[in-house]
Design a protein around this ligand. Structure first.
Ligand code: N01
Length: 552
C-alpha cells in the first residue's frame, strides 16, 4: 500500500468542504453550504454542470420521471418560473435547466470544471482530508462530499475484438457533444436497457439498417410523452406543496401518484386487466403501482408481467421476433422497468433486425462486423448501450483512504457497506449523496438528492454549533444497517433478477442488492430520527472532547 498523500493544510487551498461532482447533487450541495456560510470547492470532470444529463446525450435521451416532478423543490421561485415543455423532458432541456440553476444561484464560481478528483486521504493527526485533482493540485478540506452519481461510470463491455472495429463506436453514457448523424449507415446497438430502448427507435429512423443485439429482453411501458399544457403546468404549480410533501413522505419512490389500495390477486381477471390497460394507456413508470404487491408476490407479479407480454405479442408482427423480445427470466420490475416511445413497434420496420445474443453470444467483433451465431452483421457504427458500473463505480475510481490508510475499495471489496447510505465506518467526515444503502436509484433521484443534501447540511451545522470536528459511522450501527438493507431486499422479488441493482452486470462485482428498498418516506423518517437523537449511530468528536480525554 503506498503512503497516503500528506496533508498540506498550511500550503494547500483549504475549504470547509470539497464536493466531488456538479450534477444535481453537487450543485444543490454547494448552494446549501454557501447558505450556511461554509467554504466549498466543487470539482467536476465534465466541462459543464448537469452530471448524468451532461454525459447521456444519446438519441432519444429523456427522463422517465415526469418533468414537473423531476425538478428541484428547494426554491419556490424556481419551481414556479421554470417552464417544462413536455411530460418527459428531453435531455437538452434538462441540461438547460441544470445550467439555468447554476446561473440563477451563481454556482459556477465555486466549481472547477474539467478536473477529476483522483485521491482523497484522511489525516488522523489534523482531521483533514487531502484531495488531489487531475490538474496536479492538492487542496485540504474538513469534509468531503461525494456527489459522484449512481449511474455515471459508463461501462465498456469486454467483447473480443471491440477495439479492432474500424467504424465509429459510441457509448450512450459518454456520448459526443457534437451531433452524431447515422443517416444512411448500418448501425448496431448492443444493449436493451433504458438507454438502448430509448435510442433504438430514433436511430432506426436514421440508419439504413439497424441491428439490435439483445442479451436479455426487457419489460417496457409506453411513455405517452406529449407537450405539457398550461393547465397541467398550472395544476402542478398550484399543488406543489402537496405534490412535494407526498413525494417525500408517502410515496415509496418519491413520485406523486395514487397509492394502490389492493393486491393484484384481490381483483378478478377482467377488473385486473382493465386496471392494467388503463395504466398502459396512461403510460409511464407508475405502471408498477397499479397494485401494492407486484414487487412482493410472484403470483401477483406474473399478472402484470403477462399483461405486458400480451402487449408485446400484439404490437410486434413477426411472432418469432415478438417471442425473442418477450422477457421470461425475471419478474417484471426487478430489472429497472423501461419507459419507451415506439420501442416494440420499431421491430416491425423493414430496416431493423433483432439478434438474440443470449442464444448466440457475440463471438467477436471484426474490423467491419459483429459476429454472433456464425453470422456476420456488417456495420458502419456501433452503439454500446451497455450501462454502468452502478452505485459504486464512480466512487471506486477515486483512491479514497480513511483511517490507517485503508482504502474504501478495500473495505467495499465484498460489497458496499454504509450506515444509511451516507457514511462508511473508518472514513470520517466523508459523505456520499444517494450512496448504496439509501433509496437513491429506486426513487425520483431529485427527491433523494434533496433529502441527503439537507440532512448533510443540517449535520454540518450541528457539528459547527457544537464544536465537533469529526463524525463517523459506528461499525455496529453500520453492520445493523447493512443487515437491514439486505433483509428488506430479500422480502421482495428484486434479488431474483440479474440486474445492475445487484451488481450482476459487472463481471466479478459482488452480488449484493445495493439500494435500500424500504421506501423514501420511511427512510427519511429514519434519518430524521437518527439526527433528532443526536446523530445516533455516528461517533462525533470535537477538540473539547479530545482535550478532555487527553487531560483525563
Ligand atoms: O444500462 P442497463 P442503461 N454484452 O444496465 C446489456 C437509468 N437510465 O444505460 O440485461 C451484451 O440497464 C445488458 O444486458 P443484460 C435507469 O435507471 C434512465 O440502459 O445485463 N450485452 C442490458 O441490456 C437505467 O436502468 C433513463 O443481460 C450487454 C444493457 O446492455 C440505468 O440508467 C435513461 C453486455 C445495459 O442496460 C441504466 O440503463 C437511461 C455485454 N457484455 C438510463 N453488458 C431515463 O431516465 C451489458 N449488456 C429514461
Amino acid at each position: 500500500m503506498s503512503a497516503s498523500p500528506s496533508v498540506t493544510a498550511k500550503t494547500a487551498e483549504a475549504y470547509d468542504v470539497v464536493v466531488v461532482g456538479a450534477g444535481f447533487a453537487g450543485m444543490y450541495m454547494l448552494h446549501r453550504l454557501r447558505g450556511q456560510g461554509m467554504t466549498a470547492r466543487v470539482f467536476e470532470q465534465g466541462s459543464g454542470v448537469g452530471g448524468t444529463w451532461y454525459w447521456n446525450r444519446y438519441p432519444g435521451a429523456r427522463c422517465d420521471v415526469e418533468s414537473m416532478q423531476y425538478s428541484y423543490s428547494f426554491s419556490e421561485e424556481l419551481q414556479q418560473e421554470w417552464d417544462w415543455s413536455e411530460r418527459y423532458a428531453p435531455q437538452p432541456e434538462i441540461l438547460k435547466y441544470a445550467n439555468h440553476v447554476a446561473d440563477r444561484f451563481n454556482l459556477r464560481s465555486d466549481i472547477q470544471f474539467d478536473t477529476r478528483v483522483e485521491t482523497a486521504a484522511f489525516d488522523e493527526a489534523t482531521s483533514l482530508w487531502s484531495v488531489t485533482t487531475s490538474d496536479g493540485k492538492t487542496v485540504s478540506a474538513k469534509f468531503v462530499v461525494l456527489a459522484t452519481g449512481c449511474l455515471s461510470n459508463a461501462r465498456k463491455p469486454d467483447i473480443k475484438g471491440l477495439d479492432r472495429f474500424e467504424g465509429k463506436v459510441y457509448h450512450t453514457g459518454h456520448w459526443p457533444h457534437e451531433e452524431v448523424d447515422f443517416t444512411g449507415l448500418r448501425v448496431g446497438v448492443i444493449g436493451t436497457g433504458s438507454s438502448g430502448i430509448q435510442s433504438v427507435p430514433v436511430i432506426a429512423e436514421q440508419a439504413s439498417h439497424l441491428t439490435v443485439f439483445q442479451r436479455t429482453a426487457q419489460f417496457s411501458i409506453p411513455a405517452r410523452n406529449a407537450g405539457l399544457t398550461d393547465e397541467e403546468r398550472n395544476w402542478f404549480r398550484t399543488n406543489y406543496p402537496e405534490v412535494r410533501r407526498f413525494a417525500r413522505e408517502e410515496a415509496k419512490n418519491g413520485i406523486y401518484t395514487e397509492v394502490p389500495d389492493r393486491g393484484a390477486l384481490d381483483d378478478g381477471d377482467n377488473e385486473r386487466r382493465d386496471r392494467y390497460e388503463a395504466r398502459w394507456q396512461r403510460g409511464g413508470l407508475t405502471f408498477m403501482s397499479v397494485y401494492n404487491n407486484l414487487a412482493l408476490d410472484k403470483a401477483a407479479n406474473d399478472t402484470a408481467a403477462n399483461f405486458v407480454r400480451g402487449k408485446i405479442a400484439e404490437i410486434v408482427k413477426d411472432s418469432d421476433t415478438a417471442k425473442r423480445l418477450t422477457p421470461a427470466s425475471y419478474p417484471i420490475g426487478t430489472k429497472r422497468i423501461c419507459i419507451d416511445t415506439d420501442y416494440f413497434a420499431t421491430f416491425n420496420r423493414p430496416n431493423v433486425t433483432l439478434v438474440d445474443i443470449k442464444a448466440h453470444p457475440i463471438e467477436e467483433i471484426t474490423q467491419t462486423a459483429v459476429r454472433s451465431g456464425g453470422e456476420e452483421y456488417e456495420l458502419d457504427a456501433l452503439v454500446l448501450a451497455t450501462g454502468f458500473d452502478a452505485m459504486t463505480g464512480s466512487v471506486a475510481r477515486i483512491d479514497i483512504r480513511g483511517r490507517d490508510g485503508r482504502t474504501l475499495n478495500d473495505k467495499w471489496s465484498a460489497g458496499p457497506r454504509t450506515y444509511l447510505g451516507l457514511m462508511s465506518a473508518g472514513f470520517p467526515n466523508l459523505f456520499v449523496i444517494t450512496g448504496p444503502g439509501s433509496p437513491s436509484v429506486l426513487s425520483n433521484m431529485i427527491v433523494s438528492i434533496e433529502q441527503h443534501v439537507d440532512w448533510i447540511t443540517d449535520c454540518l451545522s450541528y457539528m459547527r454549533d457544537n464544536g465537533l470536528d469529526t463524525m463517523e459511522a459506528a461499525t455496529d450501527a453500520e453492520d445493523k444497517w447493512v443487515a437491514h438493507v439486505n433483509e428488506v431486499a430479500y422480502t421482495t422479488l428484486f434479488p431474483q433478477a440479474d440486474s445492475w441493482y445487484m451488481g450482476a452486470n459487472v463481471p466479478g462485482k459482488p452480488r449484493i442488492f445495493m439500494p435500500y428498498i424500504g421506501g423514501v418516506g420511511p427512510y427519511r423518517q429514519i434519518c430524521n430520527d437518527v439526527a433528532a437523537r443526536g446523530y445516533e449511530g455516528f461517533v462525533m468528536e470535537g477538540a473539547k472532547a479530545a482535550r478532555k480525554s487527553v487531560a483525563s
